[in-house]
Ligand binder design. Structure first.
Ligand code: NDP
Length: 501
């Protein structure tokens, strides 16, 4: 029975505000119906086994590769991305499929735990089995509409879960096409579905699923965690950041400047792990700033830089800049909207900044790069850590080992030495936020294991007697023997061993 749709979302192109689609909002009823169908299909999917599930994901990878141009067109239109960046997103999804298909047997296979010295345990066999959460809900943001939704679904699907996806209301079209590919073009098992809408739809999804994979702002992440607490549903929250970059005096300044410009302005600065603030040692500060400004002036709207997602996002950028200017910051380039139709903003470099300014404290999520002079590495580390966020960071140093020493002192989930944004591109390592930047991680072992529950099975190795020594009825002799045996095995040092005799 179809549910009556009474509310709609209008999807617009940020580049020129043209209307791309009007879509019905899925209310709680439709979310519940979709969840029930997915639950019904999940047991067969789990029973298929990892090898067969990997085959379906491989078919999906091939479909994505065969349909890249069309999906990139959609992403370009709905997210205002430049083509080069939109195309990378699908390659990233394929990488996730290949990597977790390869790692799956090792991560999901049974683990045997060796016998203990304790006689009680030596007679047992311990096996840790991994079973999937039955239904995983993925709520995603608009800045990477496919990889941060379907990409997160991949390890869950390989683990045997069914997945219900909820894209951002501003960028639902590319993901809707990907789900159509799975459901209709591949005819794959019905374990993937999508619901469309705003916060109410996301909230209803949280009520229905067994695990929530959320990517978005810290503010919404807290709301998601509160809602999930009502049903004691586990969450993995990938949230916002205010990522610092440190440039030491002996760094390769040309590479550091290129990294700052790419790391600060990729996707128009609308990346959770964008470089959002830069600290440069005093002796190289002027030269670094000059190189960055030259490079930023050369960026081209439409080729290097896409549009901003919405007028509201431009509003945040303007608020941060107004606050910084009022407190003494200087704009070296940019500093206003671009002179063209749609939601475009000039790439902006700020100096004379300090930590009293919002632009150094809160996530700007726009094409703004504030650069601050510091006396030395210790001041840079202190300022880098002076933040409620801890998502990622960058360190540039002449000696990579010295850079790693600085990296170890930074409070963040990922630190890249002599590179920008790199950790996020390697699916084999965890990428998770510290502090207000999140709970959990994607990537690495945990990126797949989180979609599973560990089950311990204990079984006898030998024929079992009618009763174990620790069972009823208690008697003092057996209790004493057991206690002494425990003491003997666990004690360290001759005095404690002797006292257990
Ligand atoms: P939001 O937090 O605004 O939204 C994220 C998703 O949550 C959207 O689908 C949104 O729907 C939905 N949502 C909103 N309110 C609720 C609610 N009450 N319950 C359930 N779902 C809800 O983030 P943005 O889309 O603006 O994305 C930008 C943010 O994401 C930035 O802060 C960025 O740093 C962060 N991010 C973090 C990443 C990471 O890996 N750590 C990666 C990429 C982005 P709708 O859009 O329809 O309102």
């Amino acid at each position: 029975m179809s549910t009556l749709i009474t509310e709609f979302i209008t999807v617009q192109s940020p580049a020129d505000r043209s209307v791309l689609a009007d879509l019905g909002v899925d209310g709680p009823d439709r979310v519940a119906t979709a969840a029930a169908s997915l639950r019904a299909a999940q047991p067969a999917w789990e029973t298929l086994g990892l090898e067969q599930r990997s085959r379906w994901l491989a078919a999906m990878r091939d479909w994505l590769l065969d349909n890249t141009e069309r999906i990139v067109d959609i992403m370009e239109a709905e997210a205002g991305k430049v083509r080069a960046e939109a195309a990378l997103e699908l390659g990233w999804v394929c990488d996730i499929i290949n990597n977790y298909s390869r790692r799956g047997p090792e991560l999901l296979g049974d683990k045997r735990i060796g016998a203990s010295l304790l006689p009680l345990r030596a007679t047992k066999r311990y096996t840790i089995q991994r079973r999937p959460h039955q239904l995983v809900g993925v709520i995603g943001p608009w800045n990477f509409p496919v990889v941060l939704t379907f990409g997160d679904a991949i390890p869950a699907l390989l683990a045997g879960a069914a997945v219900l996806l909820k894209p951002s209301e501003v960028t639902p079209l590319a993901l809707r096409e990907v789900v159509r590919g799975w459901q209709q073009e591949l005819g794959a098992p019905p374990v993937v579905d999508i619901v469309l809408g705003r916060a109410e739809t996301g909230g209803a999804l949280i009520d229905e699923v067994d695990f929530v994979q959320f990517t978005g702002s810290t503010r919404t992440g807290k709301a998601v965690a509160r809602r999930a607490a009502e049903t004691l549903t586990q969450v993995s929250l990938e949230l916002g950041g205010k990522d610092p970059m440190i440039v030491l005096g002996d760094a390769d300044l040309e590479r550091a400047a290129n990294a700052a410009v790419w790391g600060g302005f990729v996707n128009s600065g609308q990346v959770c792990i964008s470089v959002e603030r830069v600290y440069v040692e005093a002796p190289v500060y002027d030269e670094f700033v000059a190189r960055v400004v030259d490079k930023v002036k050369a960026l081209r709207h439409g080729t290097d830089l896409g549009a901003m997602i919405s007028p509201a996002q431009i509003g945040i950028v303007e608020d941060h800049l107004a606050d910084a200017r009022a407190k003494g910051a200087r704009v070296l380039t940019g500093g206003s909207r671009a002179d063209r139709e749609g939601d475009w903003y000039q790439p902006t470099v700020l100096v004379d900044v300090n930590h009293a300014m919002t632009v150094m404290r809160e996530e700007t999520f726009g094409p703004v790069l504030p650069i601050m002079k510091v006396d030395g590495a210790q001041e840079a580390i202190r300022l880098a850590n002076d933040s409620p966020f801890g998502l990622a960071a960058t360190v540039f140093a002449g000696d990579a080992r010295a850079g790693e020493e600085v990296a170890r002192q930074i409070d963040a989930g990922t630190v890249n030495v002599n590179d920008a944004l790199h950790g996020a591109m390697c699916i084999d390592v965890p990428m998770g936020g510290w502090k207000a930047s999140g709970i959990g991680a994607r990537g690495g072992d945990y990126g797949m294991l989180k979609f599973t529950r560990a089950k311990t099975v204990t079984a006898p190795r030998l024929p079992a007697p009618a009763a174990e020594p620790l069972w009823f009825p208690y008697d003092s002799v057996r209790a004493q023997i057991a206690q002494r045996a425990m003491r003997f095995i666990n004690a360290r040092g001759r005095r404690r061993w002797q006292s257990s005799r």
